[in-house]
Design a protein around this ligand. Structure first.
Ligand code: UP5
Ligand code: MG
Length: 196
């Protein structure tokens, strides 16, 4: 009855690849609950009285991965609350796991993922999108210096997670360099192949 019987799809891709954008489409058409790990961390950062606020803030600005205990707890709470509230057990977990230890731990203590939806995007495309979004996003990490660090962390720390799931045959890879509608067409094809 808890999250151990949930259907979980991980959504990965570099910073600005379009994870959040495509998750909105999927929610609209497939009835998943969207849980962005980054959004949950930003909410926790701003929650009055949070003991993790300052820590999260500095990790995000530096493009580093917040210690997994915090993120996994936030995800588990959000899943439980959705299950209690609506009974919905289908989750898109966006921007997580982005480090191997998180992947292993989450699948062990919460639930194994069905597969990972991976948005494959060049750095120059992502860079352009983030700078453009940074004009109005108010995100503390949408600036030249943080973006560089986020790219570095993605290559060094998060790509190994994608490669790990790829070896298990659990990755649906979509070219994210094209326009939003074209990306979504590929997402739908990938979902249909995996019987979602
Ligand atoms: N856009 C989107 N798709 C487009 C397309 N096809 N063509 C043209 N434009 C497109 O999109 C970014 C921008 O591009 C938008 O303006 C959009 O309109 C446009 P978006 O959908 O927001 O991309 P997304 O991949 O979601 O980018 P985001 O910046 O959210 O990715 P990050 O992975 O960097 O951010 P996240 O919020 O996941 O994480 C932030 C930080 O939190 C991390 O760096 C890390 O410090 C911390 N974190 C952890 O520590 N642990 C975690 O588990 C998760 C996060
Ligand atoms: Mg996002």
């Amino acid at each position: 009855t808890g999250p151990d019987s949930a259907l979980v799809i991980f959504v990965l891709g570099g910073p600005g690849a379009g994870k959040g954008t495509q998750c909105s489409n999927i929610v609209r058409d497939y009835g998943f609950k969207h849980l962005s790990a980054g959004d949950l961390l930003r909410e926790e950062q701003d929650r009055p009285g949070s003991e993790f606020g300052d820590m999260i803030k500095s990790y995000i600005k530096e493009g580093q991965i917040v210690p997994m205990e915090v993120t996994i707890q936030l995800l588990e709470n959000a899943m439980n609350s959705e299950i209690e509230k609506s009974g919905n057990r289908k989750f898109l977990i966006d921007g997580f796991p982005r480090k191997m230890d998180q992947a292993t731990k989450f699948e062990e203590v919460v639930v194994p993922s069905k597969f990972t939806l991976f948005f494959d995007c060049t750095e120059s495309t992502m860079h352009e999108r983030l700078i453009e979004r940074g004009r109005s996003s108010g995100r503390a990490d949408d600036n030249e210096e943080s973006i560089k660090k986020r790219f570095r962390t993605f290559v060094d720390t998060s790509m190994p997670v994608v490669e790990h799931f790829e070896k298990e045959g659990k990755v649906v890879k979509v070219d994210a360099n094209v326009d939003k509608d074209a990306v979504y067409e590929k997402v739908k094809e990938g979902f249909s192949k995996r019987s979602v």
